[in-house]
Design a protein around this ligand. Structure first.
Ligand code: ZN
Length: 250
């Protein structure tokens, strides 16, 4: 059994998503977390979770698409977060590497989302590229220590910083394919299996690209993590699925 703890399910053509989720189920992927990136995508994630029983939704505004999260926009996000079955606030965080110009706006939104996660008792699905010391310090000061640092591509020092905060670490195929290095592999080997989540971060865009990413490929991630940890892919799948359920309170 496996769980894709982070993918984006909005924007597929009708029928395509059902086929991808069916393929995932056939490969042993029993649970898929459909993650929001905008208010619209978050709404879609909640709709999809009603149509597909193995999908659970997270709602949030991704830092790449940061908006002033106040007034009606904030009320919408709060409404979505309160819907039955919503399991997390995400994908939220800071990306000062890719969009340095909007970093103030990103912080304004992120603060609201951290507060909302606390208010609702939901974990955070965190995106953080750049500004890491400030993000770590902020989350610590807010006691926002439940959730996952998603899309890990760092070294063992970075891994230990997120782990010390109390977060899980989300690992996808890109951790192995984008600028792979022994340092990265060492870092992944150093993360205890009971703190790792597997993810594809797949979306219609990455599915259509050369990567051909889809939720079923979380099994490939399990195989790569298994090799570094010296256990079977099945064991990695079983344990990381239990981690997701623990994090989401399922
Ligand atoms: Zn994502």
């Amino acid at each position: 059994m496996y769980c894709d703890s982070h993918c984006h399910l909005d924007g597929y053509e009708e029928g395509q998503l059902a086929a991808l989720l069916e393929n995932a189920r056939n490969k042993g992927v029993e649970l898929v977390v459909g993650v929001g990136t905008t208010l619209e995508a978050s709404e879609i994630a909640t709709d999809l979770s009603r149509r597909f029983p193995n999908v659970v939704p997270a709602v949030g505004v991704h830092p790449w698409w940061a908006i002033p999260l106040e007034g009606e926009a904030l009320a919408t996000l709060k409404r979505l977060a309160g819907l039955k079955g919503v399991v997390a606030i995400g994908e939220v965080g800071i990306d000062s590497e890719r969009y340095p110009d909007t970093v103030d706006l990103q912080w304004q939104s992120f603060r609201q989302e951290v507060a909302l996660a606390k208010e609702m008792g939901l974990p955070l699905l965190l995106h953080c590229k750049g500004d890491r010391p400030r993000v770590l310090e902020y989350l610590r000061s807010q006691g926002a220590t439940r959730g996952v640092f998603h899309g890990f591509t760092g070294d063992s020092i970075e891994a230990s910083e997120w782990l010390d905060l109390g977060l899980y670490i989300g690992i996808g195929l890109r951790a192995f394919t984008r600028d792979p290095s022994p340092v990265r592999e060492q870092a992944i080997a150093s993360i205890p299996l009971d703190r790792i989540l597997l993810e594809t971060d797949s979306s219609p865009r990455s599915y259509a690209s050369e990567e051909a990413m889809e939720p079923a490929r979380v099994v490939d991630v399990a195989q790569k993590v298994a090799r570094l940890h010296g256990v079977s892919a099945e064991e990695v799948g079983r344990r990381t699925t239990a981690n997701v359920r623990a994090m989401l309170g399922m």
